[in-house]
Design a protein around this ligand. Structure first.
Ligand code: USQ
Length: 396
């Protein structure tokens, strides 16, 4: 397959690129380094330095003989996508560093979004940036696929946060509604709790419109918070490891708790800690995307999967981190702090997540061993961890 990955430099994008390349697919990645530049601008710190995308692709080629084609460009500029789809040459575009791209993509994996909920509510500038970036890239993608290649399968990363925490069971994307004796299937009601999560709802609405109107084929993966560092491909050489944030803006909870435990920073449980979410290992993100690409949605179908493997409350994650950390000789303290977020701290949570297993995904669970192996990697980089970026208190 020809696979195009938008946002190929990010936490999930780069490991996804290596996975498809390792399996013999032709892979092109596009990125504008938004995440890296934001980490610099916001002084968030990273667990270890990561080579840039061009250097990573070069390293990948040296180590495996395989090629990942790189284009550096801002996908808010429609011409960047047009260039990839139409093979047009735009002289003067610095991103056109790979002249041999051939063929429209069979699958586009869309990760090219501002992914941080705290950042999206931190101030007007980032709220606006999140809205414009996320919606514009999705709109550009829809139009590029419609104009150049309507048979291309779009795999869009959604988020479980689109559903919020309703007091009823969460279905996989759709809900049959009976009203005054008639029935209709609708998108499951969504009620997000950040500007970022709201853009994901809007993405879904745009794609659903495009599916109904132009028969595009789309898979929407409603992903929970991801944890983990290593994947099968990064085991080839640690320089291939994905970027790892542990700060309040870009770090997700499990990665943060392990890092906090390693440097003796009390685990930052927000509020009562009863907030429950669905979680998954980064290895399973790769499996889910891979299986979705192998069994695509049909033309004119918006297929939605809940991409989580198990659920935990914040307190359960803190206790697990403390238990494993203490077994490894650390002295892990848990310290609930006032919740900077506007969210329910005690609630019902019962999502369905069977669809991806049905198409062949074999879940990895957050066992003590999995957590221990994450601790080992983080401990190797202990000297890089900055306590001052762990909690700055971005309020909703
Ligand atoms: N939390 C704490 N302490 C912390 C960090 C987080 O108690 O130090 C709590 C939060 O309040 C929240 C839960 O842990 O209740 C998850 O927070 P998170 O920061 O790990 O995840 P979130 O902000 O929801 O966003 C992340 C990714 C986002 C993805 C989303 C999936 O950044 O890109 O879409 O997970 S979901 O949460 O299912 O919407």
């Amino acid at each position: 397959m020809n696979i195009l990955i938008l946002g190929g430099d990010g936490y999930l994008g780069w490991p996804t690129a290596m996975r498809f390349s390792q399996q013999g697919h032709s892979v092109t990645v596009v990125d504008n380094y938004f995440r890296r530049h934001s980490c610099d601008d916001l002084d968030t710190g990273m667990l270890y330095p990561v080579p840039n995308l061009v250097e990573r692709a070069k390293l990948w080629h040296e180590l495996t003989g395989l090629e990942i084609k790189v284009k550096i460009g801002d996908l808010c500029d429609k011409q960047v996508l047009d260039g990839v789809f139409s093979e047009a040459r735009f002289s003067g575009y610095e991103w056109a560093i790979e002249p041999n791209f051939s063929g429209v993509p069979d699958t586009v994996v869309h990760y090219a979004e501002q992914p941080s909920a705290p950042l999206s509510v931190s101030n007007y500038y980032y709220a606006d940036k999140t809205l414009i970036n996320n919606l514009q890239v999705t709109n550009n993608l829809i139009w590029a696929v419609k104009e150049y290649s309507p048979q291309t399968h779009i795999i869009k990363l959604g988020t479980m946060g689109e559903y919020g925490t309703p007091n009823i069971d969460i279905e996989e994307g759709w809900l049959d509604v009976e009203h005054k004796g008639r029935t209709q299937k609708f998108l499951y009601p969504r009620q997000a709790s950040s500007v970022y999560h709201t853009t994901k709802i809007m993405d879904t609405d745009l794609l659903w419109f495009a599916v109904r109107t132009w028969d595009l084929k789309v898979t929407d993966l409603m992903q929970g918070p991801v944890y983990g560092i290593e994947t099968e491909e990064s085991a080839i050489d640690p320089r291939l490891n994905t970027l790892f944030n542990y700060d309040e803006i870009f770090g997700t909870i499990v990665n943060r708790f392990i890092t906090q435990a390693v440097v003796g920073y009390p685990l930052t449980v927000y509020g009562k800690g009863g907030q429950t979410r669905g979680y998954l290992n980064i290895k399973d993100t790769l499996q889910c995307v891979e299986m979705s690409a192998k069994s695509p949605a049909q033309q004119g179908e918006l297929r939605i999967f809940n991409q989580i493997m198990e659920t935990f409350s914040v307190n359960e994650l803190a206790e697990l981190t403390q238990k494993v950390g203490n077994q490894m000789g650390l002295d892990v303290e848990i310290k609930p702090i006032e919740n900077p977020r506007k969210e329910l701290e005690e609630h019902y949570y019962n999502p369905t997540y069977q669809g991806l297993v049905d198409i062949g995904v074999e879940p990895h669970y957050l066992t003590d061993d999995v957590m221990r192996s994450m601790f080992e990697v983080v401990m190797k980089h202990r000297e890089n961890i900055r306590k001052d970026v762990i909690f700055k208190g971005i309020k909703w």
